[in-house]
Write a protein that binds this ligand. Structure first.
Ligand SMILES: C[S@@+](CC[C@H](N)C(=O)[O-])C[C@H]1O[C@@H](n2cnc3c(N)ncnc32)[C@H](O)[C@@H]1O
Length: 275
């Protein structure tokens, strides 16, 4: 009996947006792949690394605007592996940091599909660096915590205990924190974090529309509203914010993030195989 030859899926980290932060390995796989599946936090210019024969699928997700469920994406990956040899599943930042990459890898393994993860530069490190904020400093931060501000639907374990976190880490880096920022700040202060703790929000880090605002923690929300800061943004809280060295900030990429568009009209292909 001959077994069906299945392709291999690479879960590739695309970094925070600046293409110069793509790894050499990511670029090699983009050039080689015959199918590319990508999210909404990926500049459309990244498609240009692929060959003319590569098929492209956009499965972007944004809060309250999920075009495809995670289950659908998982099943689609398995379908693609049946008739493609090299599939790149390109995910913003790092695939294993708040990217649901582990769920996709687990699913692929369960379905007997070969899978390999390719780490990427996470936005929680890159966005602060692009405004010159260090995440650790001998005088201000010996520990840093990466935490999600979005408690998620159907999570199988307890949500973040912000009150306990308040004094457990010198620096706090929050992903997906824009929607619940009011609650998060109140909980951190209730847990004992000094309301005057230096804080920053970096929006669209590394990209041409990057914005950074800074304020003491108890004034951060107000400043966010005044400046109209939305997602995607990284929040940094801790004395490290006062050690910002603006002069070492890299030049921004001239790319921007695609506007979310459910119809995917810009993409070469946006079909979705459901079974
Ligand atoms: C679903 S998480 C994915 C995180 C990703 N796996 C990573 O490692 O960066 C999406 C969140 O990442 C953050 N994010 C991603 N790209 C960003 C960027 N260029 N600038 C600021 N925040 C970004 C935002 O907090 C956004 O809500």
């Amino acid at each position: 009996m001959t077994s069906i030859k299945k392709g291999k899926v690479y879960l590739v980290g695309a970094g925070p947006g600046d293409p110069e932060l793509l790894t050499v390995k990511a670029i090699r796989l983009l050039k080689k792949c015959d199918a590319l599946i990508y999210d909404s936090l990926i500049p459309k210019e990244f498609i240009q690394y692929t060959s003319n024969s590569c098929r492209h699928f956009h499965v972007g997700k944004r809060r309250a605007q999920h075009s495809f469920s995670q289950d659908q994406i998982n099943r689609f990956l398995v379908e693609l592996a049946k008739d493609h040899s090299c599939i790149v599943r390109l995910k913003g930042g790092d695939p294993f940091l708040f990217g649901r990459g582990a769920e996709e890898a687990e699913w692929l393994v369960q379905n007997d599909i070969e899978v390999e993860v390719v780490p990427g530069i996470t936005s929680g490190i890159a966005a602060p660096s692009y405004v010159g904020i260090p995440l650790t400093h001998r005088d201000a931060g010996s520990s840093v915590t990466f935490v999600t501000g979005h408690d998620g639907d159907n999570k199988k374990f307890q949500a973040v205990n912000w009150r306990k976190l308040a004094n457990a880490s010198d620096g706090i880096v929050i992903y997906m924190g824009m929607h619940n920022l009011d609650y998060i700040i109140n909980e951190l202060i209730a847990g004992g974090l000094d309301p005057s703790t230096p804080s920053a929000i970096i929006h669209q880090g590394t990209l041409m529309n990057q914005k950074c605002i800074k304020a003491p923690l108890d004034r951060l929300l107000n400043k966010k509203k005044t400046n109209g800061i939305l997602s995607p943004s990284i929040v940094v809280i801790g004395k490290i914010v006062n050690h910002q060295i603006e002069k070492c900030s890299p030049i921004l990429s001239n790319l921007s993030l695609p506007k979310f568009n459910k119809s995917c009209s810009r993409e070469r292909e946006c079909i979705f195989v459901e079974h």
